[in-house]
Design a protein around this ligand. Sequence first.
Ligand SMILES: C[S@@+](CC[C@H](N)C(=O)[O-])C[C@H]1O[C@@H](n2cnc3c(N)ncnc32)[C@H](O)[C@@H]1O
Length: 200
Amino acid sequence: QRHEPAPNYQKPAVAKDDGEKRILEAIVAAREGEHYANVSEADGRLMRQLVEAVGARRVVELGTSTGESGLWFSLALRKTGGKLYTHDIDPGRLAVARANFKKAGVEDLIVVVEGDAHETAVKNTEPIDVLFIDAEKDGYDRYLKELLPLVRPGGLILAHNMHYPPPNPRYLEAVTTNPDLDTSFVLMDGPGLGITIKKR
Ligand SMILES: C[S@@+](CC[C@H](N)C(=O)[O-])C[C@H]1O[C@@H](n2cnc3c(N)ncnc32)[C@H](O)[C@@H]1O
């Protein structure tokens, strides 16, 4: 049976309190300012929902860019009592990200780490509740190999750009054939997001 294209019921996010309002305003301002390859609003909102739903205390992000995904995560982390550890190799983008976090009033929720995430992120030894992979596409499978042991059972691995730019086939293979993992691909009318649970 054929269906019409899916309707879009989405409306702009509605702030619950002043802190949330300040972050949402900072996201709008960030989009209008200097930015680079950031998540869409639809991606950011879903990621916030997931981080809040799993009650994440430690979110690790590979690929900060100018901090928009970090701002979406901070909406959740101010409620879960958690922190974002975000990694990027580009000092210029990180300077913009830091300014955006400050403007949103969330700099205390976010630890920014500069350098090659293959070297910096593996220094972490604490359990990860949510891992978000959004750095160089060619490295996705290596990031998974390096950090999956630290993702806690019941934790999530989110991977951006599962539709475009074209995803890394080795990553796709890894998250769809490992019996310890279960993966869905969502929001595939946009860049696409992989949601993988590490089974308990
Ligand atoms: C798609 S952007 C991240 C977008 C960001 N997550 C957002 O939605 O706001 C990818 C970022 O990965 C960074 N990157 C690329 N290779 C890297 C590496 N080896 N280590 C750390 N960061 C890297 C780039 O500098 C770039 O800022």
